[in-house]
Design a protein around this ligand. Structure first.
Ligand SMILES: Nc1ncnc2c1ncn2[C@@H]1O[C@H](COP(=O)(O)OP(=O)(O)OP(=O)(O)O)[C@@H](O)[C@H]1O
Ligand SMILES: [Mg+2]
Length: 242
């Protein structure tokens, strides 16, 4: 893949937890407006990559450039201000707060209340189920609904790039389809997406381009449709029905 002029570019990222190497020369790109999948099995380094991008972890080596600006090592609130928003693995909604208050927290950088109200309406239009239940506690939502809330909260920050860490994990199949359809719509509205997933089939159908991470290294990359047809990916990630 040629390096895009805009969007996100990671080049040669190393990261270790203490002495334990988690990322080894990871290079990847998410072009503006693109949906890019990052696949890999448990412990491959997907969440570490997400955290390095979001500024929660500082890489030992390598560069991260977003729309021409070097962002590696910036604190996470600075990275967010530039439009890079992470929806972390495991959702992490505030169970004891209402759905609406959870959403409002996403709009942390917006201090004009009229704009916050507009963003709320935009997201309620995307997620009618959240609107119906906006005054209930987030903890009362199902796992899949909490995932939608986490994505909606990320969108309240008006991202240019949304990093989704395993949005389909532990969610029943019917809602998984809904979440993937939603991700497609978000991308169509111009938000670039880095989709971190173990659900390889659904992500490859959605993503223009994909990377496979194993033990902290990118071992394979290509167009989503090409990886869907790839024998290695079929064996390792798509099960026997591929
Ligand atoms: N806080 C931590 N301290 C030490 N080691 C860690 C820490 N977090 C992750 N690791 C290790 O780093 C490696 C990569 O972990 P990471 O969470 O990035 O994988 P992942 O691809 O997101 O896996 P999963 O699919 O299970 O979420 C693993 O070997 C993991 O055990
Ligand atoms: Mg993870």
């Amino acid at each position: 893949m040629s390096t895009p002029a805009t969007g996100l570019v990671l080049d040669g990222i190393d990261f270790a937890y203490g002495g334990a190497r988690a990322l080894n020369g990871v290079s990847l790109a998410v072009p503006t407006g693109g949906v890019v999948a990052l696949l890999g099995s448990n412990g491959a380094g997907k969440s570490t990559t997400a955290k390095v991008i979001a500024g929660a972890l500082r890489p030992a080596k390598g560069t991260i450039v977003f729309n021409g600006e070097a962002i590696a090592g910036l604190p996470s609130h600075q990275v967010m201000r530039r439009g890079v928003v992470l929806v972390p693995e495991g959702r992490l909604v505030f169970a004891q707060m209402t759905i609406q208050d959870n959403l409002m927290m996403g709009a942390y950088k917006e201090n004009r209340s009229a704009r916050v109200a507009e963003l709320l309406e935009q997201n309620y239009a995307r997620f009618p189920r959240l609107k119906e239940r906006r005054h209930q506690l987030a903890g009362s939502l199902s796992g899949g609904e909490q995932q939608m809330l986490a994505i909606a909260r990320g969108l309240m920050a008006e991202p240019r790039l949304l990093v989704l860490d395993e949005p389909s994990l532990g969610i029943m199949p019917k809602l998984v389809q809904e979440i993937f359809a939603l991700i497609r719509r978000i991308a169509e509205q111009g938000v670039s997406i880095l989709l971190i997933e173990q659900n390889a089939r659904a992500s490859l159908e959605l993503a223009g381009y994909a990377y496979v991470l194993e033990k902290g290294r990118i071992i394979l990359q290509g167009e989503g449709t090409r990886l869907l047809a790839d024998a290695f990916v079929q064996n390792a990630y798509l099960g026997t029905d591929a």
